[in-house]
Design a protein around this ligand. Structure first.
Ligand SMILES: *[C@@H]1O[C@H](CO)[C@@H](O)[C@H](O)[C@H]1NC(C)=O
Ligand SMILES: *[C@@H]1O[C@H](CO)[C@@H](O)[C@H](O)[C@H]1NC(C)=O
Ligand SMILES: *[C@@H]1O[C@H](CO)[C@@H](O)[C@H](O)[C@H]1NC(C)=O
Ligand SMILES: *[C@@H]1O[C@H](CO)[C@@H](O)[C@H](O)[C@H]1NC(C)=O
Ligand SMILES: *[C@@H]1O[C@H](CO)[C@@H](O)[C@H](O)[C@H]1NC(C)=O
Ligand SMILES: *[C@@H]1O[C@H](CO)[C@@H](O)[C@H](O)[C@H]1NC(C)=O
Ligand SMILES: *[C@@H]1O[C@H](CO)[C@@H](O)[C@H](O)[C@H]1NC(C)=O
Length: 561
């Protein structure tokens, strides 16, 4: 619970928020070592307890209570974070971002790059390719952004198969349960027209079409894979249509450059939200701009079920452990995880407080306006309080739009997500605390449209900083935050070719002004020889993505069902 207090105290003015219930991420390994053998010795029902305890580790028997007090000191113009009441440790966070010499609102050298997704001369057209009586039906899967990847890839799959694509069916049964169909989210006429040279797209399967076979494409299927696994189905007797279900991430990251460019045409040009969504989204953006010249958009994922699924621990003591482990039981097949290890490996989303400290460290002062897109944040206001104290100009679509304005969207999760998508896309700086589909899609999109700064926490490196922050001055902390974030700011060329998913790093569609205008920056891609090695310890981005059936960020909602 956040308590707002106004209290004069010498030259301090207490503006902030007192967060109780904030424990340190300190671990008591010895204690744990003694506990484990004891527990393992006990069989039967104690195994359950063991499972719970391992999840709970680090044990919380003697948590350090982090009493976080944010104080506006009129002398230093700072905020003080009292880390630990007993030891009187104080972490002084300045109100201002300081002068760092870093450009806060644009990426270095971004003006040398531009999105380029036109087809090459040799790219054959729909007119030449489309086989009569060969129809591809697609059913997408997941939330709005996961479906977006599916739609994008569906067009490319249809191109590979020389098939006519029927406008993809949206997933209306996923966790998000949005009954909207394609044409209620996306401008379907524009979609069909924009892609007409590439793939023939129709709204509905003609009635006279013969047999339809329903199947699934393998994950990350490449061109050859579509030709050997899906194409032969069309030559079976009387089959004229193939329906591919659960269509998400069914197309390889590595494709011929012209197919990658087709992906970009779909994702960045052909997929346009319907007018009512676009208008409301732009209204929200205008309202943010009216408040200040620049703004940050934060996509914050901190819902209780996601935290439970992640196996991370956020210092909330016994209460948090009890709540999250209860939720965790919903997934029958989850392995127990060591929260400390998860965190060390950068797999835990930053808490709102950590996001705030990272942003301040990067140089964003408390005058900056933040638009926050989030679901139900675990422990709500209590969890958000430190972020709000660091960034008092805190907005959401609910605070900058009226209930009436949002009424036509609010009962449709995908339309609400679309509004956040637009504001995050248009923001000067986009920040996420997670590596989910929306973060990835927007990261790629913002690269394509001019490398707009996109800050994705290097959670692995920041972990150590947050852990030891009470041993550092602010200057040291800030400087180390800035160092840790090099390569995670959305700057040009920060991701090596072939790394990450294509949707987050559409390198074949980014061209360099300085070089030949027609050539892409990605030479590896021209002869389809992207690096085979995908996973890399330093690149946290790839870690979740490559493990097909364990997308922590993408599939946890699905697994619940
Ligand atoms: C912090 O203190 C200064 C000086 O007393 C005051 O002008 C400013 O409004 C205070 N800021 C907040 C957020 O209360
Ligand atoms: C921008 O990049 C160039 C070349 O990499 C570098 O020399 C320069 O210092 C950078 N500028 C800033 C402000 O970071
Ligand atoms: C891509 O095609 C569009 C429309 O045909 C054209 O206006 C644009 O200049 C082309 N871009 C490049 C980089 O060739
Ligand atoms: C698609 O059409 C082109 C042009 O007619 C042809 O070269 C290619 O082999 C066809 N591919 C498939 C999978 O039918
Ligand atoms: C999509 O929904 C709208 C409104 O409910 C409806 O008019 C339209 O026919 C639907 N389109 C399809 C392809 O089902
Ligand atoms: C912080 O500093 C104290 C005293 O210098 C030291 O004992 C402790 O190990 C340090 N903690 C960390 C995490 O570095
Ligand atoms: C890809 O192109 C590079 C440079 O043109 C060449 O050295 C390499 O052998 C090619 N790789 C393949 C697999 O064709």
């Amino acid at each position: 619970m956040s308590i707002m207090k106004k209290k004069k105290n010498r030259d301090y003015e207490l503006i902030g928020v007192q967060i109780l219930q904030c424990f340190k991420f300190r671990h008591h390994h010895q204690r744990r070592r003694r506990l484990l053998p004891l527990l393992s010795a006990v069989s039967g029902c104690l195994l359950l307890l063991f499972a719970v305890m391992s999840f709970l580790s680090p044990p919380i028997a003697t948590p350090h209570r982090r009493h976080l007090t944010l104080i506006n000191t009129s002398i230093t113009k700072g905020i003080e974070v009292h880390m630990n009441v007993d030891q009187e440790k104080v972490f002084r966070v300045p109100m201002s971002g300081g002068r760092l010499g870093r450009e806060l609102w644009s990426s270095n050298q971004s003006n040398f790059f531009y999105g380029c997704s036109n087809a090459s001369h040799g790219f054959s057209t729909a007119e030449m390719n489309t086989e009569p009586n060969r129809y591809l039906l697609i059913a997408t899967s997941g939330g709005l952004n996961q479906q977006r990847t599916g739609i994008t890839d569906a067009v490319v799959a249809a191109y590979i198969l020389n098939a006519t694509l029927v406008v993809p069916k949206l997933d209306q049964k996923s966790f998000w349960k949005d009954a909207s169909n394609f044409s209620e989210i996306f401008d379907v006429e524009w979609f069909i027209k924009y892609l007409s040279k590439d793939v023939k797209i129709i709204k509905q399967l003609p009635e006279e079409v013969g047999k339809i076979i329903t199947t699934r494409a393998p994950r990350k299927c490449n061109e050859k894979c579509y030709q050997t696994r899906i194409l032969p189905i069309f030559s079976k007797k009387r089959v004229q249509a193939v329906q591919l279900t659960k269509f998400d991430y069914r197309l390889s990251n590595r494709l011929d450059i012209d197919l990658q460019k087709l992906r970009c045409r779909v994702n960045y040009h052909a997929l346009r939200f319907t007018d009512p969504i676009l208008e409301m989204g732009h209204k929200l953006v205008q309202r943010m701009r009216a408040k200040s010249k620049h703004f940050i958009a934060l996509h914050l994922r901190f819902e209780s079920d996601m935290l439970a699924f992640s196996g991370c621990y956020y210092g909330g003591g016994a209460k948090e452990i009890k709540q999250l482990s209860a939720i965790r039981k919903r997934w029958k097949t989850l392995h127990t995880k060591n929260p400390e290890k998860e965190r060390r490996h950068g797999k835990c989303p930053l808490s709102p407080e950590e996001v705030g400290l990272m942003l301040r460290g990067l140089g964003y002062g408390n005058e900056v306006h933040i638009y926050v897109a989030s679901g139900q944040v675990y422990n709500g206001e209590e969890t958000l309080a430190p972020l709000k104290a660091l960034f008092p100009n805190f907005h959401t679509k609910e605070t900058i739009a009226t209930k009436e304005e949002l009424a036509q969207f609010s009962s449709y999760s995908a339309r609400m997500a679309a509004l956040d998508f637009i504001v995050c896309d248009q923001s000067d700086v986009f920040v996420t605390n997670n590596n989910g589909n929306m973060a990835k899609i927007l990261a790629g999109r913002r690269r394509y449209f001019g490398h707009k700064p996109t800050i994705r926490p290097n959670a692995k490196k920041l972990y150590g900083l947050f852990l030891n922050r009470d041993n550092m001055t602010w200057e040291e902390f800030g400087s180390r935050v800035r160092t840790s974030q090099i390569g995670f700011m959305g700057d040009p060329n920060e991701v090596k070719p072939g790394r990450g998913e294509f949707h987050e790093n559409p390198i074949s569609c980014i061209c360099n002004n300085e070089e030949d205008k027609s050539s892409s920056t990605d030479n590896d891609n021209n002869n389809n020889s992207e690096l085979e090695v995908f996973s890399d310890d330093d690149e946290q981005e790839t870690e979740y993505a490559e493990d097909d059936d364990n997308y922590v960020w993408n599939q946890w909602r699905e697994e619940k069902i």
